[in-house]
Every structure is written in C-alpha cells, then in structure tokens.
Design a binder for this molecule. Sequence first.
Ligand code: PHE
Length: 368
Amino acid sequence: MTELGVQTTVVAANPAVLEGMEVPVGFSHESVVVRSGQRTGLPIIVAVHSTALGLAVGGCRVWEYERWEDGLRDALRLSEGMTRKCAAAGLPNGGGKTVVVVPTGRTLTADERHAALHDVGDLVEEFGGRYVTGPDAGTGPADMVAIGERTEHVFCRPEGTGGSGDPSPFTAMGVVAALRSTCQALSGSSALAGKRFAVIGTGHVGEQIARQLSEAGADLILSDVNPARRSLADELGAEFAEPDIAATAEVDVLVPAALGGLLTRDLVPRLQCAAVAGAANNQLAEPSVAGLLRERDILWAPDYIANAGGVINAVAREILGEEPETAVKRIESIFDTLTDIFAAAARTNVTTSAAADELAQIRLAAQL
Ligand code: PHE
C-alpha cells in the first residue's frame, strides 16, 4: 500500500497546543501524542492521563470524526475517565486511550485498517509499556492481533493467542451486577424478574445485557439506531422502539448501552424512569446533568463504575495473572462498590457522580 502522508508528530504535553479548545478542566494529562500515521496518514492519538497507580490502560477507538480535534477531545475525556474507572475498581492502574480518527463518511479497506492498526501499535510501543491498549468502540479482539504485530502492550487478543479474549461479556456481567444493585436501592430487592428496563443500543455489550435481563425474567424495551436490530427484540419477546421513545419510556431502569452523551439537559426532564444504569461511557452530556437527575429523584449509577467489567477482566487475567473465577469475583464486586456509592451519596447529600469521584480520589490518594 502507498504511504499517504508525511509523518508528523505533535507532542501535546505542552498545554499551549490545546489553547482555544474546550478542554474540560485544564490540562491534567501526563502525555498526549497526536501523529499522522506513518502508513495511513490518519491522525492517531494516544492520551495517557495518569500512571500514578500503575501502568495506564484503555482501549483503542477506531471512529469517524468530522475533525481530528474531535477525536483528540474524545481521547482526553475517555482517558481521564479510565483513570477514575481503574481507581474506583481497585485496580493498580491508571487511564489512557487511543483514537484513530477516520474522516466522516470514509470506509477503510481491510488493508488500510490493518495499516492503521500497525500505526497504533508503533505508537503504543513508543510508550515502552507505560500504556497498554485494548478494544473499544469500533475495535475487537481480531484488531488486537494486528496491533500485537507491532507491540506486546495490547490486551484482549483472542484466547487461543495469549489474550483474555472479547471483553464485552465481562462488561455486560458488570453492568448486570450494577443493575441488581440499582434495583436493590430502588425497591429493597436486587431481583431483576418483573422489573422493566429500556436498553438503548444493542451492540456487543447491549445485546448481552438484554439477553441476561431476559433470562432473569425482566420486562424489556430494546432500541437501536439500526432498525434491523428489531430481530433481537423479536427473539427475546421484547418491545422495540425508536431511541427517543425508548429513552423516555416508563420503566424502572434506563440502560444506556450505545455511545456517550445520552443524558442531556433536554432529555432529563422528559425521563420516566426511576433510575439510569448502563454500559455507555460518558453518559452525562455535561457534568451538571448529574444534579438535574438528582433533582428529579432519578438514581444514576455512575457509568465508569457500572461498565468497568471489561477492563477489570483484562487486567485481572493479563496483568495480575488471576484465574477466571477470581476475575469474575472482582467484576461482581461492582455490586458492592455501587451499593456503597448510593449509600454515601444519600448520607452526604451529594450526587452519585460526586460520591463516585470521591471514591476514585480516595483510592488515587491512598495508593500514590
Ligand atoms: N474499552 C474499555 C473501557 O472503556 C477499556 C478496555 C481496555 C477494556 C482494555 C478491555 C481492555 O472500559
């Protein structure tokens, strides 16, 4: 394949590079590299937010963006979220993230995709093991094999090839533990049977959550931007609705399982659920939405607590060398972590978001 671009590297450890961009709270990242991929010319971004607790972990997103700056903004937010996710989950790790910026409307050929993953592998390798990548939106275990052709610092290769495999069943397992904890906080019983859930997004993780809820005897509304996903609803005997209809349906728990930003200032006043708990990252379109949810007495399970199962499994198996059963126990402890957060929020009169951040901060400070 031809090389499309001259390699340029912008090391944005200098906050001046980010001037004029809406970076959330100043520049708190250890290191951010933005590079035109040597093979593809595509912008490749690795953001390492923190290695205070140990090496940074976080998946590789191959996604379409209008502008590379949008990809950078995603990498910055998501890597910071991974620091909190790992700390709150009790993992000895910090947060990072990789983004491959695919221009909107462009479909990569198989060769281009493979080349982009090699570009990622080279950049991850330059971090010398301070950062380990893995799957995220737009990538899966097969892509980790491609990245692994250029670096050892990659999680979740298929099981036969030395990795811990697809993390999505473990993310789903953790979300279901979070849903039980949420139901317990709402009704005093962690049972899922007979409760009503709206699952927004039936991709890798959303489908597995829906199946587990269905098996547990829950009542379901499913939704996906892809209308063909109605087939899953038919198979499970669930309703299928447009995303906006499903998100505002009268249910016990709304389960965001698509991309982030579902909970906007516009949506929250229209919600008819008692709680929100799901797999999506960055569910709050802006931080103040946490307060709006609390004012409406809607219980929110902080996203990075509920969706930590995938990274917990990868770290437990591939870094800590634990057996599958031990990793599963760690994932199931999401139930207790969330129960503690709900209790702390109620006791101290703060949002569940603030209570989760506080827990992450305490663990970060304690292990420094
Ligand atoms: N994509 C996962 C998340 O957002 C991160 C992950 C990284 C999962 C490494 C598995 C392995 O939590």
